[in-house]
Design a protein around this ligand. Structure first.
Ligand SMILES: *Cc1c(COP(=O)(O)O)cnc(C)c1O
Length: 394
């Protein structure tokens, strides 16, 4: 009971005793943690006792989620952050310093590209972008002062597959930190640590939490010293996750395996379904015979992923008709939701790019990226059949 009148206690009573315990993780929103004595607080700060002090530095809900992802990716001591971009920022700004050089994949997530193009140079950290499907291009981008390479394995939205093995060998040979943003692929598809990555990044906002109601990130490192540096920077810079988001993310993560199975199986079938529809000029799915990186995809990827891209013949008018006709699917710039979502790069993620460069990368006005969800596959295929038919008439 809270006795809130003047002169009495304003803190809650202790939690009631219980010989049994909750099956679901309790939500712990407390920002501060009380200690019994200064000696015990000392012991905690010195690591002789475990416990929490202040939630920017860590809290139970974040640690529960971090431990799940550590296990999935295969590392220890991963750090949960307030967003995927907080995790990317922790790596680039927490580990690099003026004079260093960073090489990034040329089709990284949009905000990661912006960090590379605008923010790192402002801090005296030079950057170069190169094509991670081309090992020679990556090698040519390296300089004596290159400290870190950041790549994604399957690129957004053209679903090209990076030469992870080649890049990992190159980084190892030159003593360069390899950081892999594994958001698109998830540890169900690839475990980058198995290929020699030093750091792995996740945006939980997407597939791992999976319900479009949580914004969180995670970063883990193989070397405990690197993960400690990441943790300290995240705490200092305030990249801290909220307990409520962490709690929701844990709930989402518990069904991730099942969701991923369903979504990837449907995605592979949807790719073949789309390829057979008149009005579809091109379908991109990493495991299909017509994919430029199919061989690499077959060795690197477990299942192929839940993302399918395709191009309608007929440009913007066809794209408008398709989006209007795709009943029940959200036309929304995200991925990994329980429901199938559509993204149109030319009007959203890649709108800032000039049209010629965009088309050169294969993203015409008729290009859509589909993040396949958990709908009944046949019902979903019908929606696409009808929407593509409306697009063909436009
Ligand atoms: C969404 C995304 C991010 C950023 O994650 P947020 O949680 O939105 O900050 C980083 N990398 C990739 C590949 C993403 O798709």
């Amino acid at each position: 009971m809270i006795r809130n009148t003047r002169g009495t206690l304003v803190r809650p009573e202790p939690l009631p005793d219980s010989a049994s315990w909750p099956v679901a993780t309790p939500l712990s929103p407390s920002v501060v943690y009380a200690s019994e004595t200064p000696d015990m607080l000392d012991d905690q700060y010195e690591g002789r006792l475990t416990g929490y002090t202040y939630s920017r530095e860590g809290h139970p809900n974040a640690d529960q989620v971090a431990a799940l992802i550590d296990r999935m990716e295969g590392c220890e001591g991963g750090v949960l952050t307030g967003s995927g971009m907080a995790a990317v920022s922790a790596v680039l700004m927490g580990l690099m310093q003026a004079g260093d050089h960073v090489v990034g994949g040329n089709q990284l997530y949009g905000r990661s590209l912006r960090l590379m193009a605008e923010d790192l140079p402002r801090l005296g950290i030079a950057t170069t972008l190169a094509d991670p499907t081309d090992i020679d291009a990556m090698r040519d981008a390296l300089r004596p002062e290159t400290r870190l390479v950041l790549i994604e394995i399957v690129s957004n939205p053209t679903l090209r597959v990076a030469d992870l093995e080649g890049i990992a060998a190159l980084c190892q040979e030159r003593g360069i930190i390899l950081a892999v943003d594994n958001t698109f692929t998830t540890p169900r598809e690839v475990k980058p640590f198995d290929y020699g990555a030093d750091i792995v990044i996740q945006s939980l906002t997407k597939l791992l939490a999976g319900h479009s109601d949580v914004m969180l990130g995670w970063v883990g490192a193989r070397d405990p010293q690197l993960s400690e540096r990441l943790r300290v920077f995240a705490v200092t810079a305030g990249l801290t996750p909220s307990p409520f988001d962490s709690w929701l993310a844990e709930r989402g993560l518990l069904t991730f395996d099942l969701r991923y199975e369903r979504a990837t199986a449907t995605a592979a079938a949807l790719a073949d379904h789309l390829a057979a529809l008149p009005g579809v000029a091109r379908v991109i799915y990493p495991l299909r015979d017509d994919h430029p990186d199919q061989d690499r995809a077959k060795t690197l990827l477990e299942q192929g992923g839940n993302m399918v891209s395709f191009e309608l013949s007929g440009g913007r008018a066809a794209a408008n008709a398709f989006a209007r006709g795709a009943q029940g699917l959200s036309f929304a710039p995200t991925l990994g939701d329980v429901g199938t979502t559509l993204s149109h790069p030319a009007s959203s993620s890649h709108r800032a790019m000039d049209a010629a460069t965009r088309e050169g990368l294969g993203m015409s006005e008729g290009f859509f990226r589909v993040s396949v969800g958990l709908e009944d596959p046949d019902a979903l295929f019908d929606v696409f059949t009808q929407a593509v038919a409306s697009a063909s008439k436009a």
